[in-house]
Design a protein around this ligand. Structure first.
Ligand code: AMP
Length: 576
């Protein structure tokens, strides 16, 4: 069976191609930049900087084109969204625009999407699949339980299709054919993936997975958050699912006609399967090992588990029991960057090898002080152990674009760097001289959550906010927790959170009281679900959603949801 998949797909060939490309990473980079500039030489943006058909080498390109962020490119992209078909950023008009999750700025961000980005996506998926399948071969006749949700594409007033990057990928005519040889068919019918109601889609994904339980080879969601959310939901709806299977009739909660009709075709009364699932669920202790219990032939659980997804790994491991957790690759709406070619590494150790023909990559050293900005270095010039911000030049109109992600170089795969995702670069918590990133917040929450876990309670989700309406200003941490506990436990947690920020600027400001006592606000169960609903309403896709780890005052709606649902508040006494 496996041989058949390998034959159509040719795993060894894909691995060999990557080996060769990574051995020549420097040459491939030069060629990729040349190709990008050639294809886009008529772009107004490039012409304005004096790029012409003779500018092909990296040095000339870097001397002429400045480093930019999404802020500088926004007016150009907006013109494209508004329907201006002149060659603004790309040689040819783009067929679609992606909405990045954009939760950090509180609003979605527009990014050009082109057929070449689609091609790159398929190339990266093929590379990652080859390495993954070499380690964890899957059965050719199997299926995958994939929690994927394609949100709606809409047409901008200028006539351009707009959707999340994943939606633009799933809806692209080349996606299905391109993925055929490397992807096990989904358990769920397409109508579920394209359902306008994500809650109904999730229920149906779970139900479909169970109907095909013996065939399920792996369980996937783009982000670990999606996997955890799916199995938390299962805890709540499993009895309803069991009833549907027993009676062969779909629950009345599924009301979208296309989804109802597609799902009803899969169902027939199966009391035996219903009983098996009931017995399995009742036999588990606190749902430990739920995934292998439901899907006995699954080989692994797959999704992005690094960076801001780390807080969900513990819970995911609980559901996965002994099944390996395999980290999905590294990329963004702006384009894919690196593949996981070492899939056996745990999420905590996962690294990604940059695929050198996906774009022209530069790396901006992240200095401790951030006072002087150093010059970016090329892909093969990075140093092991150093942290950098990723800078992308791609085929879709982004030139020397600072992605905002900080990565650390862990080693090299042949000549191409293997990196670890560290965090988003933006400081999220800062009042005066203190500087705390998303990663610092995560570490602080982890340390306080350890105190809570002594009471067998977990932090379900969290976010933060800088409150400068008080004098002095102070950090506010919002927590949703899985159960009730004594006030003094939460007071301890609050102190732990405060002590968990070890940045010298913060500690000294706390000591001299130029930053006030950290405040922990516990919110009602389900509050973070409401925040997610809010972002889905703005156009984020359920699969691409990332919880905003800091809520800025400009994001008044989210702040309101959090503040309205506070059930208790604690102020740190850690520096008293
Ligand atoms: P989006 O703009 O919604 O496509 O999200 C892209 C962002 O998700 C990236 O810029 C990263 O910050 C984050 N991301 C993507 N892949 C990974 C990964 N493998 N590990 C951690 N974070 C990731």
């Amino acid at each position: 069976m496996l041989e058949k998949k390998v034959e159509t797909f040719n795993m060894n060939r894909v691995i060999e191609d990557f080996e060769e490309m990574s051995r020549n990473a420097d040459q491939v980079q030069i060629q990729t930049l040349k190709d990008i500039l050639l294809k886009n030489q008529s772009a107004i943006y490039l012409k304005n900087f004096g790029i012409n058909k003779n500018t092909t080498d990296p040095e000339a390109f870097k001397a002429l084109v400045p480093l930019v962020t999404d802020f500088e490119l926004e007016p150009y992209i907006q013109r494209m969204v508004d329907g201006d078909t002149s060659p603004i950023l790309t040689g040819r008009p783009v067929p679609a625009i992606s909405l990045s999750s954009g939760t950090s700025q509180g609003r979605p961000k527009f990014i050009p999407f082109t057929d070449k980005l689609m091609e790159n996506t398929l190339q990266l998926f093929r590379t990652a699949f080859a390495f993954r399948n070499r380690e964890f071969p899957i059965d050719d006749n199997g299926r995958a339980l994939q929690f994927i949700f394609s949100s709606k594409q809409y047409t901008s007033t200028g006539g351009v299709p707009v959707g999340t990057a994943t939606t633009n990928v799933y809806r692209n005519p080349n996606f299905k054919s391109g993925m055929k040889s490397i992807q096990s068919p989904c358990c769920s019918p397409d109508e579920v993936i394209f359902s306008p109601d994500v809650h109904q889609a999730l229920y149906c994904h779970l139900l479909s997975g169970i109907l095909f339980r013996d065939q399920v080879q792996y369980v996937f969601a783009s982000f670990a958050h999606g996997l955890v959310h799916a199995f938390r939901t299962f805890e709540q709806v499993w009895e309803e699912i069991v009833t549907d299977i027993k009676e062969g009739v779909l629950t009345s909660r599924i009301t979208v006609p296309s989804v109802r009709s597609a799902m009803s075709k899969l169902l027939r009364p199966n009391p035996e399967l219903a009983e098996t699932i009931r017995a399995k669920c009742l036999s588990l202790s606190n749902w430990y090992g739920l995934i292998p219990a439901l899907f006995p032939n699954a080989k692994y659980v797959y999704g992005i588990m690094t960076g801001s997804m780390e807080p969900y790994v513990k819970k995911l491991r609980h559901y996965a029991g002994e099944l390996p957790l395999v980290s999905h690759d590294y990329g963004s709406s702006e384009g894919w960057i690196a593949a996981n070619v070492t899939p056996r590494l745990s999420p905590e150790e996962a690294t990604f090898a940059v695929v050198p023909n996906l774009g022209y990559f530069e790396f901006l050293p992240v200095s401790e002080t951030e006072e002087t900005e150093e010059e970016p270095v090329g892909l093969t010039e990075v140093k092991i152990g150093q942290e950098y911000e990723v800078v992308i030049t791609n085929y879709a109109g982004l030139y020397r674009y600072k992605l905002g992600d900080v990565v650390k170089i862990i080693g090299f795969y042949n000549k191409t760097p293997q990196l670890k995702f560290i965090c988003r670069r933006n400081l999220i918590l800062s009042i005066n001289i203190d500087k705390n990133t998303e990663r610092d917040l995560q570490l602080s929450v982890e340390s306080a959550a350890r105190r809570l876990s002594q009471e067998k309670i977990e932090v379900i989700d969290f976010s933060s906010h800088v409150d400068v309406t008080t004098e002095p200003g102070h950090y506010v941490i919002f927590w949703e927790v899985s159960g009730e506990t004594e006030e003094d436990v939460l007071q301890d947690c609050c102190n732990c959170l405060d002590k968990g920020f070890i940045d010298a600027g913060y500690v000294s400001s706390r000591k001299c009281e130029t930053i006030g006592a950290l405040e922990l606000r516990v919110v009602e169960r389900g509050t973070f679900g409401k925040v997610q609903e809010h972002f889905l309403g703005l156009g984020s896709s359920a699969g691409q959603f990332k919880m905003p780890r800091c809520v800025k005052p400009s994001n008044a709606k989210v702040l309101k949801i959090l503040c309205e649902n506070v059930v208790s508040r604690f102020f740190s006494t850690a520096f008293d």
